[in-house]
Design a binder for this molecule. Structure first.
Ligand code: PA5
Length: 443
């Protein structure tokens, strides 16, 4: 079994012919990816990661085992592509209340914001605790994680001494450039390399995602097996009609051309919230440029049916939905019969809670399609490492194809620099004197 894409519920809004008309363009996009002849072709290392990463898996697992032995809390520092993939997989696999249980080390995240209260509260949490740090930054110069790393490294050294702290810090950064590489080399930390040809948002199947996932106790070998399986299913040699990444890329571009400018990634499984956050970065940063691109948004159902449901059913008709459906839950809860039936719920007695959830899912899809919202469905047989690996690679491959169809470079993110330039100018960072002067005139 594999994850399965269904696009029939998009057909009331786009014709099968319109999707098939993208066959040529998809083939061209696939060629650009596989021959490395498109824009951003120096960032295609993710395409073969499921194979290329295998020789590193044992070493990553050994480092994770060591950190798991020595730490009660492991802090993953990183932002954007340097944390979202790991957070997505870990949250999808962790028990919903794992943060209240003390089974193995807890993973917490830092460097993904500059909230002073967040950092204060983290420092309080880590006080006198056995903690370790995984510091992740490809460039090694990103402000948010660098700031968090300096704070937490200082705390760790104060609590454990410099020598012991050294054994509890792992850095993941590029081969040679950037402050984090220099710092790690000088301090003698264990490091992993993010290859130059792998961009942040395509890096979850590299040490960037794999070490924090292994630290949380999940099976990185299965994750990679799943990704590799999807690599084969989406390969350039697989015909358009049977190739899930090609189909998804084509149908979302047809919808976009038909005025559906916003794609909502939908789940009916609260643990998938961060999968949507990861996906939003992947598609938002890859496609949103040159004045173009579907706006990627997300909702968690049924929760958000009680907040966003009205708009989706009845608001501006520029939406389509991509629903991630999990066929089989990992646990079973049967709904009980009650003699008094004061809540009137005996019609559900004997059913599994998942049956109620599935009928909510089906009912929502039918209602939204009736309301003018095309639906695409991605069914995962179960929520486990293998199928998450499949899902990750599926979305990455489709994103590369889709970006090329749209006519953008899917692998750069020039727009992210604008806020940084202003922030550095406002903070009087050396080298930003001219920008400082210019920006102050605007205030
Ligand atoms: O996808 C990307 O390239 C970005 O989101 C980066 O991952 C993010 O900005 C963090 O960059 P870095 O890993 O260099 O700190």
């Amino acid at each position: 079994m594999d994850i399965k894409l269904t696009i029939e519920k998009a057909f009331p809004f786009v014709s099968e012919e319109a999707v098939n008309a993208y066959k040529e363009q998809v083939a061209h996009a696939q060629q650009l990816l596989h021959n490395g002849t498109g824009a951003g072709n120096d960032f295609l290392g993710w395409l073969n990661l499921p194979e290329d990463i295998r020789p590193q898996l044992d070493d990553i697992q050994a480092t994770a085992n060591l950190l798991r032995q020595k730490c009660d809390i492991i802090v993953c520092i990183g932002i954007g592509g340097s944390y979202l993939g790991a957070k997505a997989v870990n949250d999808a696999l962790l028990g919903s209340f794992a943060w209240l249980e003390q089974k193995g080390p807890q993973i917490v995240y830092a460097g993904q914001n500059i909230g002073e209260d967040y950092l204060f509260e983290l420092q309080q949490l880590l006080k006198n605790k056995r903690f370790g740090i995984i510091s992740i930054s490809k460039s090694g110069t990103t402000t948010e994680p660098a700031l968090a790393f300096r704070l937490l490294k200082t705390q760790l050294e104060e609590q454990q001494g410099k020598e012991e702290a050294k054994k509890l810090i792992v850095c993941i950064t590029d081969k040679a450039r950037g402050a984090l590489r220099t710092l790690a080399t000088q301090e003698g930390y264990k490091t992993y390399v993010i290859e130059d040809n792998i961009g942040g948002r395509f890096s979850v199947l590299s040490p960037v995602g794999l070490l924090p996932i292994a630290c949380a106790g999940f099976d990185i070998y299965q994750l990679i097996r799943g990704a590799d399986r999807m690599r084969q299913l989406c390969d350039v040699s697989v015909p358009f009609e049977n190739n899930p990444a090609a189909q998804y890329a084509a149908v979302r571009n047809v919808l976009y051309q038909n005025g559906k400018k916003v794609e909502l990634l939908v789940n009916f499984h609260p643990k998938l919230h961060y999968v949507s956050e990861w996906w939003k970065q992947l598609y938002g940063e890859s496609e949103g440029k040159d004045g173009k691109g579907i706006f990627p948004a997300s909702v968690d159902f049924t929760t958000d049916l009680h907040s966003m449901g009205q708009y989706i059913q009845d608001g501006e008709r520029h939406l389509f939905e991509t629903v991630i459906s999990v066929a089989k839950p990992n646990h079973r809860v049967d709904f009980p019969f009650n003699e008094a039936n004061l809540d009137g719920l005996n019609f559900l007695a004997g059913k599994r809670v998942d049956e109620v959830n599935k009928m909510a899912e089906l009912g929502t899809m039918l209602a939204h399609v009736d309301g003018g919202v095309p639906n695409i469905k991605i069914e995962m047989p179960e929520l486990n490492e293998f199928y998450l690996g499949e899902l990750i690679y599926f979305f990455e491959k489709a994103c590369g194809i889709s970006g090329y169809i749209l006519g953008v470079n899917p692998f750069n993110q020039p727009g992210v620099e604008a806020y940084k330039k202003n922030m550095f100018a406002l903070l009087n960072k050396p080298g930003y004197e001219a920008e400082s002067e210019a920006i102050r005139k605007k205030l």
